[in-house]
Design a protein around this ligand. Structure first.
Ligand code: IPE
Ligand code: IPE
Ligand code: MG
Length: 242
């Protein structure tokens, strides 16, 4: 039997917390707390499997549109999770990064993020990216601004603007390409998650609500990924007539 190939970079749209809570006649915040438990399980499983990078969509740039009570419950949960998990991330050799526009967060949260990243920066195991106030369009725009500045300063010309150069400003550009995107919660859309980075990713959608996502389902997603043939615009040479 062929050896199973573990995707190097897995990105997850963790959707369905609200519906999970609703099914139980609970507040949406209860669903978000249950979602945090699933995060713990999947982070440790990904690390055990040897996944190099795990990128989790925690809060989109559009999620500010939610009722104030839910936004503030999510911010409190973020602070709670950072406080509670940082020691175990550090101990388990996990390198934490927050991707997104963190300038919109409270000073307390911004400081916690900076400290947490610093504390784990020399870790060599799983790289864990948490996308918070992240938008794929924002990501492309902030990179384009950096390139525009280089042109303005005369460091490069317009002809020097290539995919490679624009890539350099995009979040997680220094990490392996996203191999697999998983979305839970039954919606078949990207919701402004990584746009640039998923040009050739494989997609796995499941109806399971995020708080119910577990190790077995993660394995199932990886097995499905293994059955895919990635051609990157080329042709499969095996079995080809020419
Ligand atoms: C995803 O779950 C978590 C966040 C967006 C923060 P939702 O809160 O979107 O859950 P549903 O989609 O309403 O069930
Ligand atoms: C995407 O879920 C964002 C996160 C999982 C953080 P949403 O629930 O916000 O997406 P839409 O609104 O259904 O597209
Ligand atoms: Mg949702």
């Amino acid at each position: 039997m062929q050896q199973r190939h573990i995707p190097r970079h897995v990105a997850i749209i963790m959707d369905g917390n609200g519906r999970w809570a609703k099914q139980r006649n609970q507040l949406r915040a209860v669903g978000h707390r249950a979602g945090l438990k699933a995060v713990r399980k999947i982070v440790s499983h990904a690390a055990e499997l040897g996944v190099k990078v795990l990128t989790l969509y925690a809060f989109s740039s559009e999620n500010w549109k939610r009722p104030e009570t839910e936004v503030s419950a999510l911010m409190s949960l973020f602070i709670y999770a950072l406080n509670r998990e940082i020691k175990s991330l550090a101990k388990n050799n996990i390198q934490l990064h927050i991707i997104g526009d963190i300038s919109k967060f409270s000073h307390q949260l911004q400081n916690m993020i900076i400290n947490a990243e610093k504390l784990t920066q020399n870790n060599t195991g799983l790289v864990l990216n948490i996308a918070a106030n992240y938008g794929g369009r924002w990501d492309i725009v902030q990179s384009a601004k950096k390139v525009a500045l280089q042109v303005l300063q005369g460091d490069i010309t317009v002809d020097d603007i290539t995919e490679e150069r624009l890539s350099l400003g995009i979040c997680a550009h220094d990490l392996p390409e996203v191999d697999l995107v998983i979305r839970t919660g039954g919606e078949y859309r990207i919701s402004n998650f990584l746009l640039w980075q998923i040009a050739y990713s494989e997609f796995y959608f499941t109806d399971v609500l995020w708080p119910d996502f577990n190790r077995t389902l993660f394995e199932e997603a990886i097995n499905t990924f293994n059955a895919r043939e990635r051609r990157f615009g080329s042709v499969n040479v095996e079995g080809s007539l020419c």
